[in-house]
Design a protein around this ligand. Structure first.
Ligand code: SF4
Ligand code: SF4
Length: 430
């Protein structure tokens, strides 16, 4: 038997012999090749290392391409996305710092939930975005919101003095804690959309009536409150977050209260995880948690009727583990049926509003087949429900827009749980 001479094999490269005959059989490369010869080249790791060298970017390098994240990434369902794909793009040299992909992640945390390597986009994305913000490489609509928030203290660019306008003409009193001049049981952190957006205002008025009927000793901050900053932090504007948080902590620390109750899961997240290290530690509850504990006192007697489905906010559910309180409240509504969407609880589908996505709808529409809010509305309609119940102030406006843009006007109404509870309590709903 004549053996061919030993080939010189480089560690990263398999050499194919042009001519090889073994025991009379011709096994030359071109006969045995099933596919085109694979060229295994050395990847240039520069683009990946620019990310992994950042404080917070390290875990991007841990991906081993199992693809579990892709199945659950909400953006992949309306495009081509997810940590696995981002890793491959970095391997072939795509610069994430200037690529549109940087702004599509909503920091929904569903990939982190399933990733065996704990690749953490909740840290990676803000770290890279922070650099992009410093370079001024930010989508125009988001940059506009950064500037409005820095100037007015809210992303809508509204006059801070108008923060209490929603309480005018209301049939119940919503006191300012500064005016009361005493400790209260509950300081209600109202947030921006519930104070300024027309649909947010309706939900706020409903919640004020519910709290009053329950006899809760509560107050608000009014014009002293500013945006909580959580979404600015995820969007990479850490300096703006720090400015907002320090202002809010300084204000909160001036007053006495037992519980800080938030309408917004993003504010809830900030108070739980970001404010303590800056000197702001409070007993924090989301309003659904606060109300669920008082279900027995609510006197829910009026028929609500219909079929209700529920959207889990990422920053209440996956980020902070609260799935039951909203469902307990919905389950107690007289005469209403409850139906889950197929993606719920831990696998709830993101509305697209997190991580700065709230202010990137135009940008997202250019890079996705549809907005996440539209995808979610279609899922809600699929259940046959006539009402989509929400418990995050980002969602009423997002989903109402999506109901219109998917031609589902008249098929689905979007209501805050406070509005449904007020109805069941026989309270006015304006
Ligand atoms: S789940 Fe984690 S390890 Fe698997 S492909 Fe996605 S990021 Fe990579
Ligand atoms: S955090 Fe959510 S949107 Fe971002 S990559 Fe992971 S699954 Fe996709």
């Amino acid at each position: 038997m004549t053996r061919p001479p030993s080939p010189k094999v480089e560690p990263e490269r398999v050499i194919e012999l042009e001519h090889a005959v073994v025991e009379g059989m011709d096994i030359s490369g071109h006969w045995n090749r099933m596919f085109e010869q694979r060229v295994i080249f050395d990847y240039d790791v520069a683009a990946l290392e620019r990310v992994t060298e950042l404080d917070g970017g390290e875990s991007m390098g841990w991906c081993y391409q199992c693809a579990q994240c892709i199945a659950v990434c909400p953006v992949d369902h309306v495009g081509s996305y997810g940590p696995r794909k981002l890793y491959r793009k970095l391997q072939i040299g795509i610069d994430l710092f200037t690529d549109p992909d940087l702004w599509l992640c909503t920091t929904c945390a569903n990939c982190l939930r399933v990733c065996p390597k704990e690749v953490n986009m909740l840290e990676v994305m803000p770290a890279v975005r922070k650099e992009a913000v410093l370079e001024g490489d930010v989508p125009a609509e988001l940059q506009d919101v950064f500037e409005k928030t820095a100037r007015y203290g809210n992303p809508l660019g509204k006059n801070p003095k108008r923060r209490v306008a929603w309480t005018k003409g209301l049939d119940v009193e919503v006191p300012l804690i500064a005016d009361l001049g005493r400790k209260v049981d509950v300081l209600w952190w109202v947030s921006d959309y519930p104070a300024y957006h027309p649909r947010g205002i309706e939900a706020s008025r409903a919640l004020a009536r519910v709290l009053t009927r329950l006899g809760v000793d509560f107050a608000i901050l009014g014009a002293e409150e500013r945006h909580d900053g959580d979404s600015m932090l995820r969007a990479g504007e850490s300096g703006l977050f720090e400015m907002l948080a320090d202002h809010n902590i300084e204000v909160l620390n001036r007053y006495e209260f037992d519980v800080l109750m938030t309408t917004d899961p993003h504010a809830y997240n900030a108070f739980l995880h970001e404010y303590p290290e800056r000197g702001g530690s409070y007993e924090v509850v989301h309003y659904t948690q606060f109300l669920a504990e008082r279900l027995a006192d609510m006197g829910l007697s009026e028929e609500v009727g219909g079929t209700i489905t529920f959207h889990d906010p990422c920053y209440l559910g996956r980020h902070n583990g609260e799935y039951d309180a909203p469902r307990e409240l919905i389950g107690a509504l007289p005469g209403a049926d409850f139906v889950e969407m197929w993606r719920n609880r831990q696998n709830g589908y993101c509305c697209g509003g997190g991580g700065g996505g709230m202010w990137l709808d135009g940008f997202a529409a250019e890079h996705q087949t549809m907005r996440l809010s539209e995808k979610r509305v279609l899922e809600a309609v699929e259940t046959g429900a006539d009402t989509l119940c929400v418990v995050c102030p980002y969602e009423v406006s997002r989903f109402e827009d999506a109901v219109k843009s998917t031609n589902n006007d008249g098929n689905l109404q979007v209501l805050d749980i406070a509005e449904l509870l007020a109805k069941a309590m026989g309270l006015p709903t304006d």
